[in-house]
Design a protein. Structure first.
Length: 100
């Protein structure tokens, strides 16, 4: 009987140990700059004409969803095709594709 009481007490102690974990607060009032690696998000309208021309030439059915730029004037582009396929490509300021 003592073992049953002891097991019950220990099981309640184990449950209360997990219940005391606190989750961090989400601060929605602060502005956030999105940085991926060394890429920083920019407006799609800020892309150089050479990059937009390269996208329309090589991916005629693609739409640029998001664009990112790093300090080396390299661009990360998130593309969406008409069929719903999504992908990421990288280009330099002259519109040449690069591997990253």
């Amino acid at each position: 009987m003592k073992n049953l009481v002891l097991a019950t007490v220990l099981s309640f102690a184990g449950f209360t140990a997990f219940a005391s974990v606190q989750t961090p607060e989400l601060n929605v009032d602060k502005a956030t700059v999105i940085t991926l690696g060394d890429f920083e998000e920019i407006n799609v309208s800020d892309l150089p004409e050479a990059v937009t021309t390269a996208v329309s030439t090589n991916y005629p059915t693609a739409k640029v969803d998001k664009a990112y730029k790093n300090d080396k004037d390299q661009y990360k582009l998130e593309l969406a095709l008409e069929d719903g396929t999504k992908g990421t490509v990288y280009a330099d300021a002259e519109g040449n594709w690069i591997d990253m």
